[in-house]
Design a protein around this ligand. Structure first.
Ligand SMILES: Nc1ncnc2c1ncn2[C@@H]1O[C@H](COP(=O)(O)OP(=O)(O)OP(=O)(O)O)[C@@H](O)[C@H]1O
Ligand SMILES: [Mg+2]
Length: 257
């Protein structure tokens, strides 16, 4: 059984692709099976996973039907298998969105057909909400990670995010600046508004993220000692607990969720 995780936001540039890529790399580094699916026509997450060139063919490309997704699954230097968006056009994009809307079980069925290892976490990078493909990922997901930048825009758009995910979203604060009292106040306001729907950790604003992007590396493989590497290790541990059934946790003796 696959676990589908939609990574969404209502704010642009919130860090969806960054969180998707580094979280996936951290899971792969810890030997947990993971795949990234890119449902964003920007076709750029491959670069965060270490690919030097944009993928030509992907799940949004003309001529790649959903039952052919195995043909575009590729390895990345981060050790994370990727179903890239690929180059697309408006007609192909519209057809995919129509399929996602009409065949509500289709996304999971096509991912199941890839024959991935049981327990694989499929992290789905999306375009900013409101977006039909992102909405379909939200509907299909077992867990929704909402990336909320700790900025004024993040605070203002937080209610839209909660509404778009019908109360099912788990919010990950990103771009947190620990040494700014304004930033800390914003985070507290977000936590006060959403309570336990805010994941009890934060991803700090950290230059290591842009350094890694420039070098085609990930924090899991090359960012040892950075604040962001620590943040993503914590987020990966939280995600594993949040997506592992209680009975498995009990049997392994790792305690309660
Ligand atoms: N915690 C962070 N610390 C430093 N830089 C960050 C952090 N998170 C994201 N960034 C940077 O912010 C920019 C936007 O991030 P990203 O592309 O992941 O956002 P997105 O939500 O996917 O945006 P888009 O709407 O373009 O898809 C990138 O340059 C990324 O490197
Ligand atoms: Mg993105």
């Amino acid at each position: 059984m696959l676990t589908l995780i939609a990574v969404v936001s209502s704010a642009g540039g919130a860090g969806r692709s960054t969180v998707t890529a580094h979280l996936a790399a951290q899971l792969a580094y810890a030997s947990h099976p993971v795949v990234v699916l890119e449902l964003d026509a920007q076709n750029s997450i491959g670069s965060v996973l270490g690919l030097r060139e944009a993928c030509g063919k992907g799940v949004l490309s003309p001529g790649v039907a959903p039952d052919c997704w195995h043909s575009v699954l590729c390895d990345t230097p981060a050790g994370v298998p990727l179903l890239p968006a690929g180059r697309t056009d408006p007609t192909t994009l519209a057809a995919l969105v129509q399929w996602l809307q009409q065949d509500t079980g289709g996304l999971r069925r096509q991912l199941d057909a890839l024959g991935l290892a049981p327990g694989t976490r499929v992290l789905i990078d999306t375009q900013r909400l409101p977006d039909m493909a992102a909405q379909a990922a939200v509907a299909a997901a077992d867990l929704i990670l909402g990336i909320v930048p700790v900025t004024t825009t993040g605070y203002v758009t937080q209610p839209d995010l909660m509404a778009a995910c019908a109360g099912r979203v788990q919010m990950v604060p990103n771009l947190a600046a620990a040494n700014s009292s304004f930033n800390n106040d914003l985070l507290h306001l977000m936590q006060a508004r959403a309570g336990e729907a805010v994941v009890p950790l934060r991803i700090h604003r950290d230059e290591a993220i842009s350094t890694m992007a420039a070098n085609g590396k990930t924090l899991a493989n090359a960012g040892f000692g950075s604040q962001a590497a620590l943040d993503f290790a914590r987020l990966a541990a939280w995600l594993m607990r949040a997506t592992t059934p209680d009975e498995v946790l009990d049997r392994s003796g790792r305690g309660e969720k």
